[in-house]
Design a protein around this ligand. Structure first.
Ligand code: ZN
Ligand code: ZN
Length: 334
């Protein structure tokens, strides 16, 4: 008989639309890989797309890619001691291909992600390569640290936008990516940040957290924004974003839509107004900065953690469509 400490609970995707709360063997540390005790794991739209078979994954699989925890069993050859609080970058790239050696780790053809291709953080324990762990001060609230992964993706987006000092920015979409991006734009010195979303609750939240104004899609100052961040990932929001951009402006597309969705777009308008549409994918080399930003307390994250649930309740939260007042559900396995 295995002792109780060698088993753990986990949320396992067993097939499309099939989630199970399972008792699993606990992982053991390996050379270069430590076992993390998960303290907090965020649920996100990507998880929901995976559950519905709209985003590629490899079941059977423990979901969860936005997590933080403490080192439970360090790798035999590692230098991060037991008990260290770590933020985890779930995207593991090979480090040796052309994309990796040219700073484009998100395009690594051998990239594997915890919670997407490999077992992730919706479990009591998770095995994580030491290269993916970023130690942070012990005092940081793990719930806040669970925001580091989406924040790292937003940092990629703001990096691609360039210098935001004095810029007039619009953010389309009031979910977690939009709320984080709006805060980053303010930190980056944007002179105006307008939150554009259908839900009045999310408009109010954005203004509470520092956006200078908020409006519904189709309203506001069309053609007046230097940079527009598309963070909704819904049909039609790309056009909403293009309409908000000024001539010569940039639209950064962060929102993830189902893989087969297409948008109608007006090419004449793109040409005549020289609109730049730029995609932003994952978090290449931004996780350290994101974890440091969380640790520095420069962002308001607590109002975004709108629901804290147990591991046993996670499956239910994954299959339910989030309501307007749900920004981020955080799972606390402990
Ligand atoms: Zn995510
Ligand atoms: Zn690579």
């Amino acid at each position: 008989m295995e002792s109780v400490t060698h088993r753990m609970s986990a949320v396992v995707l067993t097939g499309t639309e099939q989630l199970a709360f399972q008792d699993r063997p606990a992982p053991r540390a390996l050379p270069g890989q430590s076992v993390i005790k998960v303290l907090a794991c965020g649920l996100c739209g990507t998880d929901r797309h995976i559950v519905h078979g709209e985003y590629p994954s490899r079941p059977p699989l423990i979901l969860g890619h936005e997590f933080a925890g403490v080192v439970h069993e360090p790798s035999p050859d590692g230098d991060i001691p037991s008990g260290t609080l770590v933020s985890i970058d779930p995207n593991i790239s090979c480090g040796s291909c052309h994309a990796c050696t040219h700073g484009s780790t998100a395009f690594c053809p051998r990239r594997l992600a915890l919670g997407v291709d490999l077992d992730g953080g919706l479990a009591e324990l998770c095995i994580v390569p030491d290269t993916q762990m970023y130690p942070v001060d012990q005092q940081v609230d793990p719930v806040r640290l669970a925001f580091a992964e989406p924040l790292a993706c937003c940092l990629r987006g703001t990096d691609l936008a360039g210098d935001l000092a004095g810029a007039r920015v619009a953010v389309v979409g009031g979910g977690v990516m939009g709320q984080l991006t709006a805060q980053l734009a303010r930190l980056g010195g944007a002179s105006a940040v307008t939150m554009v979303t259908r839900q009045a609750e999310r408009r109010r939240l954005a203004v509470d957290l520092g956006a200078t104004s908020a409006c519904a899609p189709g309203e506001g100052h069309l053609g007046a924004h230097d940079v527009v961040f598309e963070c909704a990932g819904a049909s039609g929001t790309l056009q909403v974003s293009v309409d908000l951009a000024r001539a010569g402006g940039t639209v950064i597309v962060l929102g993830i839509t189902p893989q087969d969705h297409t948008y109608p777009i007006n090419p004449y308008d793109l040409v005549a107004r020289e609109i730049r549409i730029q995609g932003s994918f994952l978090n290449p080399r931004t996780q350290r900065r994101a974890a440091d930003l969380v640790a520095a307390g420069l962002l308001q994250l607590d109002p975004l953690a709108t629901r804290i649930v147990t591991l046993a309740q996670a499956s239910e939260s994954l299959v339910q469509a989030p309501g307007p007042s749900d920004i981020k559900v955080i799972v606390r396995p402990g």
